[in-house]
Write a protein that binds this ligand. Structure first.
Ligand code: HEC
Ligand code: HEC
Length: 390
């Protein structure tokens, strides 16, 4: 049993007390304690219907790393969301079935009919806080997921990659029978029967719903909220360099917090930025509801999660800063997006080379490298933890 999960129990007892003390039950939704500028470190507060226990998080960790959840038994969640890449894959567009390696080295060995996915892999770090408002409140059961916010809650999100052809499903079964097939697979493995029984109280507890609950419980342990910025907010003014101080001021002056607001540096709303298309894709990705809008990403740990934007089209933060400078003209960087459709808040942004570097040094102060990097040595299927990665 990983040490961090043992420690989790202690944290949970503490959080249970804090949450009990700070929240009112408003009819089913559990609201986290309100914090001003920075969020408490520890584990994200769970949805009421899915209390995190050490046991559910342990099942979730096993599932997250076990390629048994993919059609060809070669891809795990961790294949694309790997701790070595801050729970992303370091690629512009990710590769699922039939590929080998991970991080920048992941590739198809021979041509095949599985294509790259159409979007850049988002990090799981702090995804439990998705939807947090400027006051630090969030509601787990309605948390927006994906670049276009098409799914709500970690629990519901988990089924999606398993059912998607280019992410995990491959040719093994049809989308309609995917979840039933995976439940049958897990039910055949004695260690999973035992783990689900311990976590959910019944040997019949291996269900699609409980798979989602377990994975979500594990994901809520993946937090990284103790960056130099948080220490600065708590009063340690010496942690910032001159460049970072100037960068923080510029961040405000240029209007970045209009969208990158609150403790997570995101309003979790959809905006049209007109990011150029990724040339690997045969058609243009029109985002939420065909409007070319994408959800503002959190900027926490952004230093560790290149490439950037919904399609990974920018390799470096410097390229992102250059994009913001150019878009302020105003011109549309994506020929499919008329200038009038651009978010008007972008038009005031103009950044010289010095300003771009100062902003980047401020963004680097949002990095907390001290997150859980556990790679399990064993998963219950006996397959290779993290999938067919070499
Ligand atoms: C082939 C690579 C790949 C695999 C495997 C994969 N993901 Fe993802 N993940 C992605 C991509 C790409 C996105 C963004 C997709 C989009 O926005 O349409 C994403 C988004 C997410 C998000 C949303 C984060 C946010 O901030 O909105 C979560 C949570 C997540 N994945 C969890 C999982 C879980 C759990 C599994 C295993 C059941 C998994 N992923 C398997 C590539 C992958
Ligand atoms: C109008 C809202 C808005 C404003 C203002 C804004 N951003 Fe963004 N930002 C977004 C959205 C939306 C995306 C994702 C766009 C996409 O993928 O198509 C994004 C993406 C980014 C990314 C890439 C993050 C990642 O994980 O891929 C960085 C870095 C960033 N913004 C920094 C800034 C900075 C610095 C400023 C101020 C100069 C700023 N933003 C102003 C909405 C905004």
């Amino acid at each position: 049993m990983p040490k961090n999960l043992v420690a989790l129990l202690t944290i949970l007892v503490f959080f249970a007390v804090v949450i009990e003390a700070c929240t009112k039950d408003d009819g089913g939704n559990n609201i986290a304690p309100v914090v001003s500028q920075s969020v408490q470190t520890g584990t994200a507060s769970p949805a009421v219907s899915n209390p995190i226990t050490n046991d559910t998080a342990i099942v979730g960790q096993a599932l997250f790393w076990d390629p048994i959840l993919s059609g060809g038994k070669d891809v795990a969640c961790a294949t694309c969301h790997h701790p070595n890449n801050a729970y992303t894959d370091g690629l512009d567009l990710s590769l699922g079935p039939n590929a080998v390696g991970y991080g920048y080295n992941r590739r198809f060995l021979k041509p095949n009919d599985v294509t790259v996915t159409k979007r850049n892999t988002q990090t799981i770090l702090n995804a439990a806080f998705n939807g947090m408002d400027v006051g630090g409140k969030y509601v787990s059961s309605t948390a927006p997921m994906f670049w276009d916010s098409r799914t709500q809650s970690l629990e519901k999100q988990a089924a999606s990659p398993m059912m998607t052809f280019e992410e995990m499903r491959g040719h093994a079964f049809s989308e309609a029978v995917t979840l039933d097939s995976l439940v049958a697979r897990l039910t055949n493995i004695p260690e999973y029967r035992q783990l689900f029984k311990t976590a959910f109280g019944s040997p019949q507890a291996i269900t699609a719903v409980n798979i989602g609950k377990a994975i979500a419980a594990f994901e809520r342990t993946l937090v990284a909220m103790n960056a130099p910025y948080d220490r600065y907010q708590k009063g340690n003014k010496t942690v910032f360099t001159d460049g970072q101080l100037k960068g923080m001021q510029l961040f405000k002056d240029e209007g970045c917090p209009i969208c990158h607001s609150g403790p997570m540096f995101s309003d979790y709303q959809l905006h049209v930025l007109s990011v150029p298309d990724n040339s690997q894709l045969t058609s243009s990705d029109a985002g939420a509801g065909g409007t070319y809008a994408f959800r503002t990403p959190s900027l926490r740990n952004v230093e560790l999660t290149a490439p950037y934007m919904h399609n990974g089209v920018f390799q470096t933060l410097k390229q992102v800063m250059k994009f913001y400078d150019d878009i302020g003209e105003p011109i549309s960087q994506n020929p499919h997006v008329p200038v009038q459709q651009l978010d008007p808040k972008l038009q005031r942004i103009a950044l010289g080379a010095v300003e771009q570097d100062q902003l980047i040094s401020f963004l680097n102060a949002l990095t907390d490298p001290d997150f859980d990097k556990t790679v399990p040595v064993h998963v219950p299927s006996g397959l290779k933890p993290g999938g067919n990665i070499r």
